[in-house]
Design a protein around this ligand. Sequence first.
Ligand SMILES: Cc1cc2nc3c(=O)[nH]c(=O)nc-3n(C[C@H](O)[C@H](O)[C@H](O)COP(=O)(O)OP(=O)(O)OC[C@H]3O[C@@H](n4cnc5c(N)ncnc54)[C@H](O)[C@@H]3O)c2cc1C
Length: 503
Amino acid sequence: MGIADETINRGEVVQGFGSYFNGIKRMRMDMNLIKTQNLTHFPFILILEQSKTEALLEEFLLKNASMEVDRQCELISFIELNDKDNLIECVIKDYRSNTEGKLIKIHTKFLCGCDGAHSKVRQNLQLSFSGNTYEETLYVLDCHLKFMDTTETESLLDDAQFNLTKSGLCLLFPLKGHNMDNRWRVIGTVPHELLNSSKQLQFEDIAPDFSRRIQRNIELYDPLWLSIYRTHHRYADRFYIEKKYFLLGDAAHIHSPVGGQGMNTGLQDAFNLAWKLAYTIQGKTVDKDKLLQTYNDERIEVAKNLVQSTDRVFSLMTSRHWFFSFFRLKILPYILQYIVFPIISCISPVREAVFKRISMIGIHYRQSQLSMNSNKNNVQAGDRLPYVYTHPEILLSSTDNNVEDDSRRYFHLLVLLTSKSNSKKSFHFVKFIEENYSHLIKLHEFEYSEATKEIFRVYDVNRNSNGGVFLVRPDLHIAYCSTTFDIQHFNTYFSAYFLHKSD
Ligand SMILES: Cc1cc2nc3c(=O)[nH]c(=O)nc-3n(C[C@H](O)[C@H](O)[C@H](O)COP(=O)(O)OP(=O)(O)OC[C@H]3O[C@@H](n4cnc5c(N)ncnc54)[C@H](O)[C@@H]3O)c2cc1C
């Protein structure tokens, strides 16, 4: 989207993640270990408050599409009109010019429910939202922190920190400028003894005993805001309904916030759906439904996996059962310190797998109908486009500051040619794409050389092979891979979804 630089600029880059059990530091994950592996242009944890992320996206929308998010309009109800266009009629209460709210009607072909965990769209469609509510209550607090742990050096206080004691779980995240003003975000489980109180929990209830509870010496002062909430793990049974409704974000799936992946998953939903919806509305697809159905199939799998995996971790970390409590405080620290941490530090593929999971760059759609391989190698259709450190422009917007950049509206075909490639076959393949699909696909050819050899290594194309083609979707997942340059194979796949130039 071209907003990476500004996003980093507004957030806090964290170089490590420390884990403390009963106040003792058992391991520190150093992000420098990831840097050397060239998995991403961004090998660090970025802490950016959700409000700032939303502001960035709203600025982007205004700058690129001259649109604003209307926060003063509420969806009240919707019905299907059963007219020839099969439109939905939405009743909106508009508070922009009238504090009482004025009722207006909007007619639309599609309705996207991005309306949070209590989604009216989901409820009106009577979709199930199965799962559970956790026993634990959490607090999220922005305040100032003074570290008085004597063993810490200053640089390590830039780390995000995970703390587990018998009083519960607590995460500390440094906020932008924290080394000047000591501002941190604190997320923790509300101590059980405070839960029974009938009055609303205050900063003054949490702060005085904080050090004792996490068994460290940290003073909390000058709170900025505090919120208390129950957390759930649930997902809807469908994300695409009756060929016209979609659920995205918390409306579709919610889980424990401990992994910090809720908003990120909602943004991925939007990124997955946006181009499919645009292509369908613009009449670029063969069928009005087939491409949109892949939104449901691809994203529901991601949501299920995320809800289940965060549930396992959160339950293990918070369960009140004596065995889990014993395990996480008496056994887990040693497993992490003496087994997990040495393995992650020394064995690069394990480290890579862990990083891909936590950063979510490992999410793939290999099982999707939209993913097609002519053969299988390490990089497959459905994978996120791999990062090539010598050629970051393949993945990133080439013009990070250019709002006119429209490359994300297209598919991109990467053609990797070696000295063994059948030049006649590859020439005809490229010509076929240009003649039939240049309105949808941009071509990029790379010949094997000293300068491009890293691309071939990352894409697992041997210099002594015939080469390969990789079709990349507008949302940067690979749609199609082949080493055969077979026009018919490609056309059978692509024309099942997308129209030829001449259609
Ligand atoms: C304490 C806490 C910490 C978290 N930390 C992280 C984190 O570090 N990283 C991360 O990725 N995620 C995190 N999350 C999760 C993240 O906040 C949510 O996943 C994210 O806000 C979901 O976005 P959403 O747009 O789907 O829903 P919401 O943020 O709930 O937004 C829904 C919007 O729809 C509007 N709306 C609702 N009903 C209507 C209606 N009828 N008409 C019109 N508008 C309506 C609401 O006003 C709201 O603006 C955290 C959550 C919590 C509670």
